[in-house]
Design a protein around this ligand. Structure first.
Ligand code: NI
Length: 165
């Protein structure tokens, strides 16, 4: 297992719609091991393939008891609303308040290519939505009004300068 380098905003790969995962083989398993390792190393609860530079529809997560690999993820149902803080490893975890659905149902393929559905609420639902967005080339800041988005980007650039990552 290897900790991969995290791709940071504004890298192009973060804005690309990912390609579907088509091979469910040992390479995919090894890649997901690396993704978990990278996520834990940076104390994240979710990590999508574009965040390590791969334009693929794939994410891993371990959030509030839900640990899974999601290939070709889609959100098939949402309900309710939650307002809470959210951050992203590609933006140095600078937090912002984002409005999301309270409940979300994820449909995706596991490491063997088997389709599954999983419902979550609260923070885990937020994670489903955030990571699926990454696979569609979207970042959490895209959900913010322009002024707030620019503020977060400014903060991120400042943190980067201070900590020199
Ligand atoms: Ni993220």
């Amino acid at each position: 297992m290897t900790v991969r380098k995290i791709t940071e905003y504004p890298d192009d790969v973060l804005a690309k719609v990912g390609k579907p995962v088509t091979e469910f083989d040992d390479d995919l398993k090894a890649l997901c091991d690396d993704m978990f390792e990278t996520m834990y190393d940076d104390h994240g609860v979710g990590l999508a393939a574009p965040q390590i530079g791969l334009p693929l529809r794939l994410f891993v997560m371990d959030c509030e008891g839900i640990k899974l690999v999601a290939a070709n993820p889609e959100i098939i149902e949402t309900s309710g609303e939650q307002t809470g803080q959210e951050g992203c490893l590609s933006l140095e975890k600078v937090p912002a308040v984002v409005v999301r659905a309270e409940k979300a149902t994820l449909r995706a393929q596991d490491l063997n290519g088997e389709w599954f559905e999983k419902e979550a609420e609260g923070y885990a639902a937020r994670c489903f939505l955030h990571e699926t967005d990454h696979c569609d080339g979207k970042l959490f800041i895209d959900h913010l009004p322009k002024m707030r988005r620019e503020m977060i980007i400014k903060k991120f650039k400042k943190e980067k300068k201070v900590y020199g990552k």
